[in-house]
Design a binder for this molecule. Structure first.
Ligand code: ADP
Ligand code: ZN
Length: 615
């Protein structure tokens, strides 16, 4: 190991309290230490911050000056700087939330060369005043490094385009020789190429990590009663855990949050229609308090770097795999076990398809949206490893993971070709007979031979398919229909009362050329329940004494966090508290060996912790 790696290893353990680098961290850090430009693509929770924070510390110690971090998330700068502060690293931020006097004080610190890191929003960076300050630092060789966080914001292909990021191309022109590191969790090739071009990073070394999040368990359940399923999921697996529940509409967000509260859970709503003050308050509570559930639309999440979000639940289908991966990626950033859970049904498919049809945009654009939705539906209907499919979507190849619902409990598959043919021909005959199309309920009534008023009115009991499917239940037929709609064999016409139509693909199935293999729903559901009980991710596995100690430690942490106006996890991660409760260290030396306790934290909190841990 060379001298540089040695120093970074030392900083990792002394300042941050961690024993090992994760993934590509070490290689990136070595490269940046030596003044190389870098583009870092790492999944959420991969540990991107250390990739520039450690070089910033090392280069500052070498007399190379301050690192400027460009970040679009004003709300988060405060917490990021707070985290560095409790680790003993001198850092500050400049943004529009500060008073003029506060900004002046930070500028003075910068010009006096006291700051190891300075966080700024891109619009601040490019003001003439700030550029003049940077130029003066540059002249004095006191500008060490530029770190461009959330670099995908420069690309309009990415999901959070920020026009102000475009002006960052001035950095290499005006500050030649100052290395730059750009970081993002956005994986796709177009965005990557765009970042390189826009930020002029052609010479940069590109570090691409695997996008796998092995600690996240993916599961998808058929929607029966979404609310009840959600409640059962939270109660059996995540009682007292922090989590996010995504819903499609504002109304549903409010109803679901209200209902969870009514059921005794600690839930808050979040959507763009709420007053900004309420939104901010809810977001802050979620970040700062333990065990809150945020029920939200996709307006919530950008830059939420709370590491101990234990679950992300989707009660409605997301738009596409990119959104699903991004949203579920907010779970388990700390690397501990987390759940990505989704429930979906026929109506979700219909809604998403309708939204695309009704959206504005060219037919080619809509076609690409449909393609993306189909990929997501294939994932939702998959009977094989979900992770293999997810990663494949991002051009990564992998083996069955052993940590998704399908791997843990391979679903029973049955040859549903005959039932599918019955369903398809029933749609065909109904339309032939009455010259109009009908919806799902009526179709299933006819198949199951129900002689109700509507069936009588239209004379559908005379059809050859009437009563053909009496052996299957209503929900089994719904499941077959959903899978046929998801795979594009049947189309639901949302503009004509959700009536059902056969597509070109139906022909192959009807002729027997294409076989239909479906998941046996009911059995799979029962099995899922067993899996949940057997493999609960909530339990920390602590004995009673340790569990009591953990509770005291958490209460102590909440008090310290509140006093410093910082989220609890910035004081200590859950995993650090759990290790403390398990191992009960009794001396400062023993404490210093615990992951997450660096020198500064040991000095600040060591004595108080020993008092709590003293037996
Ligand atoms: P990203 O920005 O890539 O999503 P972060 O930099 O926020 O990820 O890191 C995610 C979490 O992992 C943070 O809580 C961080 O403290 C922790 N972490 C990062 N690197 C390490 C490491 N080498 N060992 C242990 N924990 C780490
Ligand atoms: Zn799997």
């Amino acid at each position: 190991m060379n001298r540089e790696s040695n120093t970074s290893q030392q900083i990792l353990s002394e300042v941050f309290g961690y024993s090992h680098f994760r993934g590509a961290q070490q290689t990136v850090i070595d490269h940046v230490h030596n003044g190389g430009d870098a583009l870092v693509l790492m999944p959420t929770g991969g540990g991107k911050s250390l990739c520039y924070q450690i070089p910033a510390i090392v280069r500052f110690k070498r007399g190379l000056g301050t690192t400027i971090v460009i970040s679009p998330l004003i709300a988060l700068m405060h917490d990021q700087v707070g985290a560095l502060d409790v680790a003993g690293v001198t850092a500050a931020f400049l943004n529009s939330s500060q008073s003029a006097a506060e900004s002046r004080a930070v500028e003075q610190q910068l010009l006096r060369g006291e700051l190891i890191l300075l966080y700024v929003a891109p619009e601040r960076l490019t003001t003439p005043r700030f550029l003049a300050m940077l130029e003066s630092l540059h002249e004095h060789r006191a500008l060490s490094l530029f770190a461009i966080d959330e670099a995908h914001c420069v690309s309009q292909w990415g999901h959070d385009f920020r026009p102000e990021y475009r002006s960052l191309s001035l950095l290499p022109e005006r500050f030649s020789g100052v290395p730059r590191i750009a970081l993002t969790a956005t994986a796709d090739n177009i965005t990557r190429a765009d970042i390189i071009e826009r930020l002029q990073l052609e010479q940069a070394h590109c570090f691409v990590s695997s996008f796998d999040r092995p600690n996240i368990r993916y599961s998808v359940a058929s929607k029966l009663d979404a609310r009840k399923q959600l409640l059962a999921f939270i109660r059996t697996e995540h009682l007292d855990d922090a989590g996010i529940v995504y819903c499609q509409s504002r109304k549903k967000v409010e109803e679901t949050a209200e209902w969870l509260k009514h059921e005794g859970l600690n839930a808050l709503p979040y959507h763009a229609g709420l007053d900004i003050k309420i939104r901010t308050r809810h977001q802050n509570r979620f970040l700062r308090e333990d065990g809150l559930i945020m029920v939200a639309t996709i307006a919530f999440g950008m830059g939420i770097d709370k590491p101990n979000v234990r679950f992300v639940a989707h009660v409605d289908l997301p738009k596409n795999i990119e959104s699903y991966y991004q949203e579920t990626g907010r779970a388990g950033r700390d690397g501990d076990i987390a759940n990505a859970w989704m429930t979906y049904g026929l109506q979700d498919v219909v809604n998403q398809r309708r939204m695309i049809d009704e959206s504005i945009g060219s037919e080619t654009f809509k076609q690409s949206l449909r393609g993306k939705l189909d990929a997501l539906l294939a994932l939702a209907e998959a009977t094989d490893c979900r992770r293999v499919r997810l990663l494949h979507y991002f051009d990564e190849h992998s083996q069955a993971c052993g940590n998704c619902d399908n791997c843990l409990n391979p679903p029973a598959i049955w040859d549903a070709t005959i039932s599918a043919q019955q369903l398809l021909s029933c749609i065909y005959r109904i339309e032939q007979h009455s010259n109009i199309s009908f919806g799902a309920s009526h179709l299933i009534d006819v198949l199951r031979g129900k002689l109700n008023d509507k069936v009588k009115q239209f004379g559908h009991s005379t059809l050859s398919t009437f009563g053909l499917g009496a052996t299957l239940s209503d929900s089994q037929w719904r499941s077959i229909l959903r899978q046929l709609v998801a795979t594009g064999v049947v189309r639901v016409d949302a503009r004509a009362f959700n009536t059902l139509k056969l597509t070109e693909r139906a022909r192959g199935v009807l002729k027997g050329d294409v076989h239909v293999h479906l998941r046996a729903e009911t059995k799979a559901l029962v099995k899922n329940k067993k899996m949940i009980l057997k493999k609960s991710v909530n339990s920390t596995g602590l004995d009673d004494d340790s569990a009591a100690c953990l509770k005291t430690l958490k209460a102590w942490r909440s008090a310290i966090a509140a006093k410093n106006n910082l989220p609890a996890y910035i004081i200590f991660h859950d995993s650090t508290l759990i290790t403390l409760a398990e191992q009960m260290p009794q001396t400062l030396v023993e404490l210093s060996g615990i992951v997450g306790i660096g020198a500064k934290k040991l000095e600040a909190y060591g004595d108080e912790l020993l008092q709590i841990l003293h037996v």
